[in-house]
Design a protein around this ligand. Structure first.
Ligand SMILES: Nc1ncnc2c1ncn2[C@@H]1O[C@H](COP(=O)(O)OP(=O)(O)OP(=O)(O)O)[C@@H](O)[C@H]1O
Ligand SMILES: [Mg+2]
Length: 268
């Protein structure tokens, strides 16, 4: 297998905490979110376009704090209300057996008995998938101040609406994740490649290459992954069929453009 083919795995979407990269902007958002979590807020809204690193950030925060804080992560929305409540119940009482039935009202009563006694943090990823009834219940649960929610959702026009309806007056802190800068893209790409020990490939990536990649992807990490994956596919192809075409110590912008064309970032 060529080194390019092997390196492709670095650019498959992954949200594992051990592959987290501390970019300037992601560290900023990390600290911001940690500060918000420490404040006596009921809910925190984390939003941003798809691929800006919300899930990566939640995973990292959960991973780093779960030994020292009662912090829990629901990565995939639990759309069944009772199942959702049961999950929260387990977070609150890991030792206790579950009651036979848990109604919403009963759950709220339980929360009242825990006031000033228990405080847990629940990270809800992909929260755009909860319907408005569920969101309203989540909000009512947060009113107890026993459970603080970090609600992550992506920002599309529709979700903007949800965010407005449900949170505007009620969420007391919102954090918006943004695409990376050219510098972020540079660090991101270098570290991704070096994580896989492909040091010589890391040196092939010039500032000019990074600038072009950033321009084509807008600095969106998921798009950067896709572009790199495709670029490495092209390099793997030429390495096997026509190595002279990719001779040289750097990536050639024409191949980056070719990858962009393939992905529809550039229109022929
Ligand atoms: N700080 C980071 N360290 C390492 N990889 C990152 C980082 N930020 C983003 N990524 C990469 O970008 C990809 C997309 O990020 P992520 O899945 O967190 O986006 P998202 O904002 O949750 O998107 P969506 O709204 O679609 O759920 C990840 O799979 C990962 O490969
Ligand atoms: Mg996500």
């Amino acid at each position: 297998m060529s080194k390019y083919k092997e390196l492709q795995s670095a650019f498959i979407d992954k949200i594992e905490a051990d592959e987290y990269i501390g970019l300037d902007t992601s560290i900023l958002f990390y600290n911001k979110l940690m500060e918000s979590i420490e404040k006596p807020l009921k809910m925190i809204l984390l939003f941003g376009k798809p691929g800006t690193g919300k899930s990566v950030l939640l995973n990292k925060i959960h991973h780093d704090n779960k030994e020292s804080k009662p912090i829990y992560l629901i990565s995939t929305p639990i759309l069944n209300e009772e199942e959702f409540l049961r999950t929260l119940y387990d977070f609150l009482f890991p030792e206790k057996e579950q009651p036979e039935t848990i109604s919403f009202n009963r759950f709220i009563q339980i929360l009242h008995t825990l006031k000033d006694e228990k405080h847990i943090i629940v990270l809800l990823d992909e929260a755009q998938l909860y319907d408005s009834t569920m969101m309203e219940k989540i909000r009512l649960i947060s009113d107890s101040r026993v459970i603080k929610f970090v609600v992550a959702l992506h920002k599309t026009d529709r979700e903007d609406l949800i965010a407005k309806e449900h949170f505007q007056s009620r969420i007391w802190e919102t954090i918006e994740l943004k695409n990376g800068t050219v510098h972020d893209a540079q660090v991101y790409l270098q570290k991704k490649i070096v994580q896989k020990n492909f040091f010589e490939v890391a040196t092939m990536l010039t500032k000019g290459n990074v600038k072009l990649i950033h321009r084509l992807t807008g600095g969106n990490y998921r798009e950067i992954n896709k572009l790199m994956y495709t670029l490495l596919e092209i390099y793997d192809y030429y390495e096997k069929k026509q190595p002279s075409k990719i001779a040289g110590n750097t990536f050639q912008n024409k191949f980056i453009e070719m990858a962009g064309l393939k992905l529809g970032y550039i229109h022929a």
